[in-house]
Write a protein that binds this ligand. Structure first.
Ligand code: NAP
Length: 217
């Protein structure tokens, strides 16, 4: 089960026109994000988002941490960083965060460099279906996808995202940073036939609205 979780502006942007590290959501969105992380075994993150922000989101809410402990789960979902290059600055706060860090290479280049230090595990597979199967075999079945657009686009193009959880934030940003890349998704059978069924609509306070859609099968 793979759930995309993003905060987006009313005009569908996930970052300001200038790009860089985006923080669009308020406290209600933060709670929804932490609830999604608390549900998850692993959290997928595009390498560019990690390089922009320097760290990944952690669960801080005491009730969510206590519930994971009660269920015998680790405090944080495993951070699953997706990259082709494997290039990351060595001084990121991410390397000191208290969680498991895995590097995922779904289509590893033949000439790939040695993987960087700091990851507990490297997972290379021939493609996304194989990657998700390998993660499930390793016990990571419930996955959240935290963006950015390039990573979301590649998984949506292959029809592998089951749920879309979007927080609509009361902002108009303009610019080119839509929550999907500008290129069309591959016109494969999975994407062409996909439509989405509304599962949840919830005001989060602060004029934010959570929308959760599930892929129709
Ligand atoms: N509003 C929100 O909720 C939210 C959430 C997340 C991100 N953001 C914003 O989004 C922006 C970053 O998004 P982005 O679209 O530029 O980048 P991104 O999707 O975070 O990362 C792109 C990078 O991820 C790796 N990658 C992506 N798809 C891959 C695939 N199929 N196979 C192998 N590697 C893959 C590549 O890494 P390498 O270059 O290392 O090969 C690629 O350059 C930032 O401004 C960030 O603040 C906003």
């Amino acid at each position: 089960m793979l759930r995309l979780v993003l905060a987006v502006s009313l005009d569908g942007r996930l970052a300001p026109a200038t790009g860089g590290a985006a923080q669009l959501g308020g406290p209600g969105d933060r709670r929804a994000l932490e609830e999604a992380l608390a549900w998850a075994d692993g959290a997928l993150l595009g390498a560019e988002t990690l390089r922009c922000h320097g760290s990944t989101c952690l669960i801080h809410a005491a009730d969510l941490l206590a519930e994971r402990q009660r269920c015998g789960r680790p405090p944080q979902p495993t951070a699953l960083v997706v990259s082709r290059s494997g290039r990351f600055p060595t001084d990121l706060a991410f390397w000191r965060q208290p969680l498991q860090r895995w590097l995922l290479m779904p289509h590893p280049p033949a000439d790939r460099a040695a993987p960087p230090q700091g990851f507990h595990r490297h997972v290379c597979q021939a493609g996304w279906s194989e990657m998700l199967a390998a993660l499930a075999d390793a016990g990571l079945q419930r996955l959240v996808l935290l963006g950015g657009a390039a990573l979301a686009g590649s998984l949506l193009a292959e029809g592998l995202v089951d749920e879309l959880q979007l927080t609509l934030c009361p902002l108009l940003l303009g610019g080119s940073h839509s929550w999907l890349p500008a290129e069309p998704l591959l016109p494969g059978p999975q994407t062409a036939a996909a439509s989405w069924q509304l599962q949840e609509q919830r005001p989060l306070g602060g004029d934010e609205l959570l929308l959760r859609y599930r892929r129709r099968v």
